[in-house]
Design a protein around this ligand. Structure first.
Ligand code: UDX
Length: 452
């Protein structure tokens, strides 16, 4: 099929490249010519493992353009995958969605076209996008072909976005008519049935069977996305709240999480206690869910509490450093890890940004390292007071404490026995319960865990 993807961010580009790999003719649209030119040169705008390889494998099915007029007329399916950044009071800013819907309406072909909301959109937006498109069609002088809007929420984790796209736990399709769902079913068939040739660098998981398809109405599909992300956020904040108590009673939070998680009803994943969640989704989606629910007179107390607990974890890093060092003014604190999680260079809502800001506000000097996110950091924060170091060893050298914030494997493998003597004060605060405590203590370091 011919597919248009509006937006070449994490969701749009990943979705487009995977559909092209499955054999569809995909045109990715972005108004930013620099981005499009870079993609034409095979340059990927963000760090995502294997994305450059998959673009290479699917290049014959991929076109990049800045023009809707090139992408929309021949497409049977148009994915809207533009950013919906947080706006005032938590509700998402829909200006990009509005202009995308308007652009789509201007350029429809004469055939039935399915317009898919791939971006995380507020519950009830499917109908709103449909009305925007109808306005644009009328403005242009009436519809050449008819169209329908569908919701197809994404569940991609940055750092494993391609894996999550090719081998998803489920596909959710929200549509108000069967024929709309049918179009998306045939679009996704090779992935639903797992009949495509798995890329060597992204092998199919063992015992991977057919992918379950949830076909439902628009509002339910939109709510599934928010409810799933909010629950994952809640799970993390729950284990962090239990971690607070574990620390007070001398329990080991990693053991508690494992003991809980082996209950099949709970599951072992997303119970890693630590500094908590960052990234462009959990914060935005939980805020949007609370804001949307409030519009309908519902107070999402549990989701609000998950947000409060998560924010509190960042403050606890400073509290623990104060308890250990007594004063922070004039001290040098080293931060290991800037990205909001490993295998990405994404700094959106990253805990390290909050922690660095709070430390600098208290008069500390902050040094930092990240294996891949420092170029993004320099670009986004050119005037930052944070001193970026080329190596983790440099961060520790002369520091009064080192705080591990992102669990990059190289930090666990660091030669801590060689690092310890270079530190001004041999204190390590492990923000992810990730480092080998016994190794660090054997190296003469004072090991402090953030949770339990
Ligand atoms: C998330 C959802 O997982 C994904 O389904 C959705 O489509 C987008 O948002 P992402 O934000 O890319 O994906 O990363 P994820 O791996 O979910 O981690 C989110 C945050 O939670 C990270 O900051 C991570 O460090 C933190 N986290 C995760 C924990 O603190 N503990 C855990 O056990 C797991």
């Amino acid at each position: 099929m011919n597919v248009a993807i509006l937006g070449t961010g994490y969701v749009g580009l990943t979705t487009g490249v995977c559909l092209a790999y499955l054999g569809h003719k995909v045109t990715c649209v972005d108004p930013d010519k620099r981005k499009i030119d870079a993609l034409e040169r095979g340059e990927v705008p963000f760090h995502e493992p294997h994305l450059d390889q998959l673009i290479d494998s699917a290049r014959h099915n991929l076109t990049f353009t800045t023009e809707y007029a090139t992408a929309i007329p021949d497409s049977q399916v148009v994915f809207i995958a533009v950013g919906t950044p947080p706006g005032e009071g938590g509700a998402p800013d829909l200006k990009y969605l509005r202009s995308a819907a308007n652009g789509v309406g201007q350029y429809f072909g004469s055939h039935f076209t399915v317009v898919v909301n791939k971006s995380t959109v507020p519950i009830g937006s499917g109908n709103w996008v449909g009305s925007l498109i109808r306005d644009a069609v009328q403005e242009k002088g009436g519809a050449r072909g008819c169209f329908a809007v569908a919701s197809n929420p994404e569940f991609l984790r940055e750092g494993s976005a391609l894996h999550d796209s090719l081998y998803p736990d489920r596909v959710v399709i929200g549509a108000d008519e069967a024929k709309t769902a049918e179009v998306l079913y045939s679009l996704y068939r090779p992935m639903l049935e797992q009949t495509f040739q798995a890329p060597a660098y992204l092998p199919r998981p063992e015992n991977m069977g057919a992918v379950p398809l949830i076909s439902t109405d628009l509002a339910s599909a939109e709510l599934i996305k928010y409810a799933a992300n909010a629950f994952l956020s809640l799970k993390i904040s729950y284990i962090n709240e239990i971690g607070l108590l574990a620390e007070r009673v001398g329990a080991n939070i990693s053991h508690v999480a494992r003991g809980m998680g082996l209950d099949a009803r709970i599951g072992t994943r997303f119970l890693q206690a630590g500094i908590g969640w960052g990234g462009s989704c959990f914060g935005k989606d939980t805020a949007a869910l609370v804001a949307t629910a409030a519009e309908y007179g519902v107070d999402m107390q549990i989701v609000r509490s998950a947000r409060d607990v998560n924010q509190r974890q960042r403050e606890r890093v400073v509290e623990k450093l104060l308890a250990e060092l007594k004063i922070l003014k004039g001290r040098t604190i080293g931060i290991l890890g800037l990205a909001f999680k490993p295998d990405t260079d994404d700094l959106r809502e990253a805990p390290a940004l909050d922690v660095a800001k709070k430390l600098i506000e208290r008069g500390a000097r902050v040094k930092a390292h990240d294996p891949v996110a420092m170029a993004v950091y320099r670009r986004n924060f050119p005037d930052s007071a944070v001193v970026l170091c080329d190596t983790a060893e440099e961060v520790a050298n002369g520091s009064d404490a080192v705080v591990l914030i992102t669990e990059w494997p190289e930090y666990r493998e660091l030669a801590w026995d060689a690092v310890a003597p270079t530190m001004q004060t041999p204190v390590v605060l492990d923000g992810r319960n990730f480092l080998d405590r016994s190794r660090l203590e054997a190296a003469g370091l004072r090991y402090i865990s953030l949770a339990g």
